[in-house]
Ligand binder design. Structure first.
Ligand code: CDP
Length: 239
């Protein structure tokens, strides 16, 4: 009897709908690796701000493409909270990348083909061995099209803005609910309409609207789906 050990789980969806929270909790419960692919796009955006490649929210695309080989991005596990943190050219930038200044340019940066090519290669390497939960916008459609479980997460816009507002407030970020709503709306628009790997629900992805679910309910629901999926695959491979 063959038993399937570790599968690949792809979680995509709109901005601030709790994808990373879900992915992190699942990875912990399953003892899988968790990768927040959005952090990588945020890392490149921070590089643009710090190196004046982005001024007044305008990105100098040509210069950014020239700089791409000099941008090194990786994750390291924070041993205190067991959470992966993003390193940009050797510096831990986990806090810096969550700021609204970064959020306000990240979707433009993420629409650049060369940026996506660089990051998708890194993401695919991270998932080579399976046993990974990765969240983003194109994980089920482009990064891991063969993922055994694909989810497309959404929630109503007010709920998403309110959740991000509380999250940033707890980090003492000076930002209003209106600024956040505007940023989420703007990112969803750019992410869904861009030419390169637009945000789309993959044909075989399960739609999950978590507007009325708390984190525990959502985790239990998806954990049940995963167990069922693993059982299904094991049954199939024993026939
Ligand atoms: O956490 P939140 O939903 O606010 O966003 P994120 O996952 O940190 O992603 C930030 C931005 O990166 C998104 O708005 C997309 O523009 C881009 N992104 C992408 O294009 N592809 C991915 N796989 C992940 C993020």
């Amino acid at each position: 009897m063959i038993t399937i050990n570790k599968i690949t789980i792809a979680i995509d969806g709109f901005s601030s709908c709790g994808k990373s929270t879900l992915a992190k909790a699942l990875a912990k419960k399953l003892n899988y690796v968790f990768i927040d692919s959005g952090a990588m796009y945020r890392g490149i955006s921070l590089y643009c701000i710090e190196n004046k490649i982005s001024v007044d929210k305008e990105i100098n695309e040509e210069v950014l493409i020239q700089h791409l080989p000099d941008i090194e991005i990786h994750f390291e596990l924070n041993t205190e909270n067991q959470s992966p943190e993003l390193f940009l050219n050797g510096e831990n930038v986990e806090n810096k990348i969550r700021k609204i200044e970064v959020a306000s340019i990240v979707s433009k940066v993420a629409s650049i083909k060369e940026v996506r090519q660089k990051l998708v290669v890194l993401q695919q390497k991270m998932g080579e061995l399976g046993g990974i939960v990765m969240d983003g916008r194109d994980i089920g459609s482009v990064v891991f099209p063969n993922a055994e479980l694909k989810l497309f997460v959404t929630a109503d816009p007010e709920t998403r803005a309110q959740r991000r507002f509380l999250e940033l407030q707890s980090k003492n970020e000076n930002v209003t609910l209106e600024e956040i709503s505007f940023n989420l709306e703007e990112r969803d628009r750019i992410d869904s309409t861009r030419k390169e790997s637009p945000l789309r629900q993959a044909n075989d992805a399960i739609l999950l609207d978590n507007s009325n679910l708390n984190q525990e309910q959502q985790l239990e629901l998806v954990y049940t789906m995963i167990k069922e999926k693993i059982r299904e695959i094991s049954l199939l491979s024993n026939h």
